[in-house]
Design a protein around this ligand. Structure first.
Ligand SMILES: [Zn+2]
Length: 286
């Protein structure tokens, strides 16, 4: 994948072809014939729709990547539809570039459209040049798009793995996950979340990789952890079920577009004991 070079206002992307991630509310506007790709356009606008505000995101190879918003009640012309970003991430054949840029567009637009007044003194914010941040002139308070770290961890024990499911997930099981608390390392967060959600203790906590998860603005930090001790005691307020599965009798699991699916894939097809590379590239690992 070509490096994505971010740009910050007033700078603009430098690629000669242009793609547009257009948001209407929480959803992405796409071509009905090509729903897993951004809309084509010029440096000023997408081809097929009138936008309200433009957010130049960056350059990838020779492609200028833009985001934009349209009004929530904007009528879409024939051949356009909206798609929920979360559903799009499960779309077969979705490209990593599209997931990354779509996630960036969603988080940036949410921050920029919902943050108008200083949380300390209520004066209007103004843009800080060369960033997407905002500054309050009277009290000097500055804000930037928030990112909330959350851990996600696969608990393994030889040929079995401890998975959980929630109400509404149907027959699909996934990993234990939860937000980091103030004053906590990721490793301490892994041990605490595992203890709180399923009641067991883990050791040998290993970082695997991370993924932006824009619902609303997490970064999921992925780990493998060795089961150490204890019986399953499930947090029934958070979970619908938690149990061990043997490698040869796995339930439905998340797709490989999500980090949960990628970590499960590593455990199922790789070796969870093998040294993991910090900042690994899942595609290279495969
Ligand atoms: Zn202020």
């Amino acid at each position: 994948m070509e490096a994505f070079i971010r740009c910050y206002p007033p700078n603009l992307p430098t690629g000669t072809t242009h793609v547009w991630y257009v948001m209407r509310g929480d959803d992405l506007v796409v071509d009905t014939q090509n729903p897993a790709e951004p809309l084509p356009g010029t440096s000023q606008a997408p081809t097929s729709i009138a936008i309200r505000k433009h957010f130049p995101l960056g350059t990838q190879g020779d492609i200028s990547v833009h985001a934009a918003i349209v009004d929530a009640d904007c009528e879409l012309s024939e051949g356009l539809q909206t798609v929920n970003l979360r559903n799009l991430m499960n779309h077969p054949g979705i490209r990593q570039e599209v997931i990354m840029a779509g996630s960036y567009a969603k988080e940036l637009i949410e921050f920029q459209t919902m943050t108008k007044y200083c949380s300390r003194c209520a004066a209007p914010y103004r843009a800080i040049p060369n960033t997407w941040g905002l500054r309050c002139d009277p009290c000097k308070h500055e804000v930037f798009a928030p990112v909330s770290p959350a851990i996600i961890v696969l608990i393994h024990d030889g040929d079995r793995v401890l998975l959980t499911t929630k109400v509404g997930w149907g027959n699909r099981y996934s990993l234990v996950a939860g937000f980091a608390e103030p004053g906590e390392s990721f490793e301490a967060c892994v041990a605490r979340e595992v203890r709180e959600e399923v009641g067991v203790e883990v050791s040998t906590i290993r970082y695997v990789g991370s993924q932006c998860w824009p619902f609303p603005h997490q970064v999921m930090v992925g780990f493998l952890a060795q089961y150490k001790s204890g019986d399953i005691h499930m947090d029934a307020e958070e979970l619908a079920d938690a149990k061990w599965f043997d490698r040869g009798a796995m339930p439905a699991i998340p797709p490989a577009t999500a980090i949960s699916g990628q970590i499960l894939d590593i455990w199922l097809h790789g070796d969870a004991q093998k040294d993991m590379i910090v900042g690994f590239d899942y595609q290279d690992y495969r």
